[in-house]
Write a protein that binds this ligand. Structure first.
Ligand code: RB5
Length: 131
């Protein structure tokens, strides 16, 4: 499975943590589209890059991160073909895949601790659409 991940400056540390979590999965290849520092960037630009990989088929799933996850999830959901779910808990992440066929997960770097965020990511990538 290919996953493209991106964050604005509000969630760079969480992005690194999510990438560590995804290393647990031998069959997951991660592409990181940035940002890589603390300098301010516009989250819609990051959402656009991640979503382009998903809609083109380069990525099976996307993960978008910003301070709250709100802005970047709104931006992602403006892209045709994207179903982005902002999840702050494991149950929502599982149901976003199973019931909503979400293809992009959003989380907030200033909202979630690394532990809960890791569990949310695991639930998202381990669940699939039930039809
Ligand atoms: C950036 O400071 C912050 O506004 C952004 O990361 C995000 O939280 C917006 O929804």
């Amino acid at each position: 499975m290919n996953i493209t991940i991106g964050s604005d400056h509000g969630a760079v540390a969480l992005k690194d943590e999510v990438k560590m979590v995804l290393k647990e999965y031998e069959d997951i290849k991660v592409t990181d589209v940035g940002t890589f520092g603390t300098e301010s960037v516009d989250y819609p630009d990051i959402a656009e890059k991640v979503c382009a990989d998903v809609t083109s088929g380069k990525a099976d799933l996307g993960i978008v991160l910003c301070g709250t996850g709100i802005g970047i999830s709104i931006a992602a959901n403006k892209v045709k073909g994207i179903r982005c779910a902002l999840c702050n808990d494991v149950y929502s992440a599982k149901k976003a895949r199973e019931h909503n066929n979400a293809n992009v997960l959003a989380m907030g770097g200033r909202v979630l601790g690394f532990g809960p965020a890791g569990e949310i990511v695991r639930a998202f990538v381990e669940s699939s659409f039930e039809g």
